[in-house]
Design a protein around this ligand. Structure first.
Ligand SMILES: Nc1ncnc2c1ncn2[C@@H]1O[C@H](COP(=O)(O)OP(=O)(O)O)[C@@H](O)[C@H]1O
Ligand SMILES: [Mg+2]
Length: 417
């Protein structure tokens, strides 16, 4: 089968890697791909709008497309492919509103009685400001629309809140995404991510994983796209898992159905494990980055078949995992998530970890850095500590100028608080 993968990060390299191990996977096309995906298939540059992607898919007779990032999904690429009779993995434009509009997601959760922080929605700056002035800190302000992971501010006082409102609603730093804001209560606990394949009534969760959002050790400093992840999460109990399915995934999918929206694809629940139980921070409508890099190496299934079966509505009842742990450490360009230099040569000496590329390119057989997150290094072992050791051992065999990475990925799973 000829397969196209939209995106060019570590997640897309991992998706391609897993699909290439599948029996039915043959020719791979990455739009635009990176220095790692080139060893799986072709990197195709310059196809930005949906029309040119569809033209390309037709011309190359692509048989199946997998979408990595949220933007094309929220913009309705799946609906466009469906109209053209082209096969694609991911939710429709309407279903993608679960990520594309946080206000929509909150209303769905409220109607479905899904545990999530109490909230108010505002489209008027002055009303939002008055609300903050009455409400005590802490609270969380969220831009309604997509903001590349930068539209959420956890505020510890009113002043921070008003500043955030000004940036989102008046300055319009994220354009239309800040036209509407959500102000919600602050939840405390440990954050985890649970992804599930969803098809019709069937919901098939993956093993839980944990991202590391902040740039520095001990979760200090500004948020990034994600500096590392591991799976599974040892402190999630069977009871938590049952509650996540029963109280979160099932009612959310049912509520969408009530509204005439069929969810098909992968649904990612960003959760806070609070004292009262798991609560939803947000939904994403695609695979997580870097969670995917830690999850897929443990999956004992034909990944392509699984995605095709999601589309056909014939998901199996359970997934087979190898009983190991995988831990992904992201190697970043020094300065990220702020400004950083790129174009440095990357030297990789032989090691026994899986490497997924993100901001890399190959020119004349030399690998160079091209982005903030450059590579993820995945250690797999029988326990989490072993997986961590392995990943960090492998990192010693990789170098580029200004390389930066967190040293504490996995610690919350190894030594739970
Ligand atoms: N209600 C909340 N209470 C505490 N922290 C929150 C809350 N909502 C979001 N956060 C923090 O902000 C981060 C980003 O929020 P999220 O809703 O996931 O938006 P996005 O990923 O789109 O930026 C979360 O990972 C979490 O650390
Ligand atoms: Mg998030």
């Amino acid at each position: 089968m000829k397969i196209m993968i939209i995106g060019g990060g570590g997640r897309e390299h991992a998706l391609g890697w897993a699909l290439a191990k599948s029996e039915g996977g043959r020719d791979f096309y990455f739009l635009p791909g990176n220095g790692g995906t080139i060893s799986i298939g072709h990197n195709i540059k310059g196809l930005k709008d949906h029309d040119s992607i569809i033209d390309f898919a037709k011309k190359e007779r692509i048989e199946f497309t997998v979408v990595g990032p949220e933007k094309p999904l929220v913009d309705g690429i799946v609906d466009r492919f469906d109209e053209e009779g082209l096969s694609i993995f991911g939710p429709s434009k309407e279903a993608s509103q679960l990520e594309g509009s946080k206000a929509f997601a909150k209303e769905v959760m409220q109607n479905a009685n899904v545990p999530t922080a109490a909230f108010e929605i505002f489209d008027d700056f002055n009303a939002a400001k008055r609300y903050i002035e009455k409400k005590g800190a802490p609270f969380v302000i969220k831009a309604d629309g997509l903001a590349g992971g930068k539209g959420v501010v956890v505020c510890s006082n009113k002043r921070e809140g008003i500043e955030a409102l000004e940036i989102l609603m008046l300055e319009r730093k994220f354009g239309e995404s800040g036209e509407i804001v959500i102000i919600e209560d602050c939840l405390s606990g440990i954050e985890v991510s649970v992804l599930a394949l969803v098809s019709g009534d069937k919901i098939l969760p993956f093993i839980p994983s944990q991202d590391h959002k902040q740039i520095y050790d001990k979760d200090k400093g500004p948020n990034t796209g994600g500096m590392g992840a591991y799976a599974p999460v040892p402190f999630i109990s069977g009871k938590d898992t049952t509650r996540i399915n029963k109280e979160i995934f099932t009612p959310t999918i049912n509520e969408l159905k009530k509204r005439g929206i069929e969810y098909k694809g992968v649904l990612y629940a960003g959760l806070m494990l609070t004292k009262e139980g798991p609560e939803v921070l947000e939904f994403n409508v695609r695979f997580g980055d870097p969670e995917t890099q830690a999850i897929l190496p443990l999956l004992n299934e034909d990944f392509l078949e699984l995605l095709l079966r999601t589309n056909e509505g014939s998901l199996p009842d359970k997934l087979d995992w190898n009983n190991q742990y995988a831990l992904a450490v992201v190697l970043a360009s020094g300065g990220y998530p702020g400004t950083y230099e790129k174009g440095f040569e990357i030297v990789i000496r032989e090691n026994d970890c899986i490497l997924f590329h993100a901001g890399t390119k190959i020119e004349d057989r030399v690998l160079y850095t091209t982005g903030g997150r450059v590579l993820s290094v995945i250690g797999v072992s029988d326990d989490l500590e072993g997986a961590k050791q392995k990943a960090y051992q492998c990192i010693k065999r990789i170098s580029f100028k200004n390389m930066f990475y967190r040293k504490d990925i996995g610690d919350k799973g190894i030594k739970p608080l």
